[in-house]
Design a protein around this ligand. Structure first.
Ligand SMILES: CC(=O)N[C@H]1[C@@H](OP(=O)(O)OP(=O)(O)OC[C@H]2O[C@@H](n3ccc(=O)[nH]c3=O)[C@H](O)[C@@H]2O)O[C@H](CO)[C@@H](O)[C@@H]1O[C@H](C)C(=O)N[C@@H](C)C(=O)N[C@H](CCC(=O)O)C(=O)O
Ligand SMILES: Nc1ncnc2c1ncn2[C@@H]1O[C@H](COP(=O)(O)OP(=O)(O)OP(=O)(O)O)[C@@H](O)[C@H]1O
Length: 516
């Protein structure tokens, strides 16, 4: 079983403590109990899993519990003070450190963390990416181009937080604000020059990137997802659009291939340039030159006659668009085009995208790709990309997340059946849901496909991938959508070690094929 503890958080190694009295002078925070004089704080956290001596423990109301209920535990681990709301002050009980009050502790967390960590001092170039699909991929492509330019880079994605050579795995796509500002403080210690941060809609809604002004923000696209968190697509769009306001970003690059992108470009409160593949109206254009099973080559043209030809070691026009967006964002960030052209001249973008259309098969046998797609639109783009480079049949296997937007399941089933020749519905992270019920919803959707694939239900992913490999012939491609880079599966609310990439490699080897 995988430990339930939160993954490690990258914090500064040499934090400089700041007097609590100064914090009280800067923010509308009052004292409920205790004397703040002579108390210093050197870090901030809202989780008892991550308290260090000298921390300000912030008790926020959550979906399940109020963080202030855990004040005593936080103090036991070394917290120097507790900040919470009125309800939390009652819940915290008798504490022997200063107990502080603020109206909305979650809303205060970003600015307070920025103050404690002084993260506005010598910040790196800050780049933020949002959108329904392609955030992680674009973040890795940005990071790869910036590293090819010779910069010391930091990266925060769904898969990992990385500063130079230092890496920890992620749980949330965008960390809580206390963690993000600690990351920026550690980045400063390590001399990081450019930091790319994936920004989810939930992060914008839940104040996780407060206290940060991105130099450039990028938008990939918007399509059906997260309607368990947002009432409708309009509310979901507004959550993402919040990144394109002066308090959050200085300028933006928006992909206008979706109508939501066109609308964002029109309504943005900050200056934006646009990028697209569909027509000539966008400021930047991406034109596909060649697609193979291993790479995509493309040209990016931009304002003032900018033209760059390069490639990525991954399939898909959508991935080339992500790379074009990354390039346009880097130019918008102020990197000279000549320098960029020189670093990419006759050279691909040297990126590794963990679990994003990752080919795990060797040079013989069927091609097997493991991908993180978990929305109808991601399925459409990914299947279209595979179709263009697959001479034979496409075998797709997937399952849906439990405890997440159930309204997308029928569409996921339908587009999967329409885009593949053999579809295997299997289990994924069912979390606390009944996996059989999730499969049923996917099967119902799949059976509505107009020109549908052959559809098979195999509950066990281990058996499903072995069946897919057995049924595949030379020239066929297998797509395992969903798990991507994940190294666990969550079933019945418990995380078990599980790697789809390793499982797919094992299935290939069992069948006598090489794997990479
Ligand atoms: C809905 C949501 O965002 N929930 C987040 C929230 O959980 P919660 O409100 O349930 O917290 P809670 O369990 O009630 O606890 C309240 C507080 O007490 C603290 N606590 C609780 C128990 C304890 O023993 N000690 C302790 O300190 C918690 O740290 C928290 O601060 O606060 C937790 C601590 O930071 C997060 O881990 C949790 O994210 C959950 C896991 C989640 O699934 N979030 C999803 C919706 C999300 O944010 N996804 C986006 C987008 C992904 C994408 O693009 O597809 C993301 O950015 O990851
Ligand atoms: N520009 C794009 N348009 C449509 N689909 C895309 C695009 N880029 C990536 N995808 C597909 O979306 C899936 C998820 O990609 P990626 O992890 O990069 O997105 P994400 O926005 O980070 O997702 P999440 O927020 O769930 O972590 C992959 O299947 C990928 O093939």
């Amino acid at each position: 079983m995988v430990s339930g503890r939160a993954p490690a958080v990258l914090r500064p190694e040499h934090p400089v403590p700041r007097p609590l009295a100064e914090l009280l002078a800067v923010f509308p925070i009052s004292v409920v109990r205790g004397d703040p004089a002579d108390v210093n704080v050197s870090g901030v956290t809202l989780s008892t899993d991550d308290v260090r001596a000298g921390d300000l423990y912030v008790g926020v109301p959550g979906r399940h519990r109020h963080g202030a209920e855990f004040a005593a535990a936080a103090i036991g681990s070394g917290a120097a003070a507790v900040l919470t709301d009125a309800a939390g002050a009652d819940l915290a009980g008798e504490v022997d450190v200063p107990l502080l009050l603020v109206e909305d502790p979650r809303a205060a967390l970003g600015e307070v963390s920025a103050w404690v960590h002084r993260s506005d001092e010598q910040p790196p170039l800050l780049i933020g990416v949002t959108g329904t699909n392609g955030k992680t991929s674009t973040a890795y492509l940005l990071d790869a181009v910036l590293r090819q330019l010779g910069l010391v880079c930091g990266l925060s994605t769904t898969a990992e937080r990385r500063l130079g050579e230092l890496t920890v795995s992620s749980s949330l796509t965008t960390p809580e604000a206390s963690e993000t500002h600690a990351l920026l403080a550690r980045a400063r210690e390590l001399g990081v020059q450019a930091m790319t941060i994936e920004v989810s809609a939930q992060a914008l809604t839940r104040h996780r990137v407060d206290g940060i002004v991105f130099d450039v923000a990028g938008f990939t696209n918007l399509s059906h997802d997260h309607l368990d968190d947002y009432a409708d697509m309009e509310e979901y769009f507004q959550a993402k659009a919040a990144l394109f306001s002066p308090t959050r970003a200085r300028r933006g690059v928006v992909c206008t291939d979706t109508s939501w992108g066109e609308r964002l470009a029109a309504e943005s409160e900050i200056p934006v340039t646009t990028i697209g593949s569909l027509d000539g109206a966008a400021d930047w254009r991406v034109e596909i030159l060649e697609e193979t099973q291993a790479s995509t080559t493309f040209a990016v043209t931009g304002p003032n006659g900018i033209e760059l030809r390069t490639g990525i070691p991954v399939i898909g026009r959508h991935m080339a668009m992500n790379a074009g967006l990354a390039i346009a964002m880097i130019v918008e960030a102020g990197v000279e085009v000549e320098r960029l052209a020189h670093s990419l001249h006759e050279r691909s973008i040297d990126a590794y995208l963990p679990g994003r259309l990752e080919r795990v098969s060797g040079d013989e046998g069927p091609s097997v790709f493991v991908d993180f797609a978990h929305s109808p639109d991601a399925f459409v783009s990914t299947l279209a990309a595979l179709r263009r480079v697959t001479p034979g049949r496409i075998i797709m296997m997937f399952g849906a997340d439990g405890d997440r937007d159930t309204t997308k399941r029928a569409d996921m089933g339908r587009v999967a059946a329409e885009g593949s020749d053999l579809l295997i519905i299997t289990d994924f992270d069912s979390r606390t849901e009944d996996p059989a019920a999730i499969r049923r919803a996917l099967l119902d959707g799949a059976r509505t496909a107009v020109d549908g694939a052959e559809i098979i239900e195999v509950a066990s992913p281990e058996e499903a991938i072995r069946l897919a490999v057995r049924r595949a012939a030379f020239g066929d491609s297998i797509l395992w959508a969903g798990p991507g880079h994940q190294d666990y599966r969550e079933v019945g609310g418990v995380k078990h070690p599980h790697s789809a990439r390793d499982e797919a490699r094992a299935a290939l080897r069992d069948a006598g094929w090489p794997a990479r």
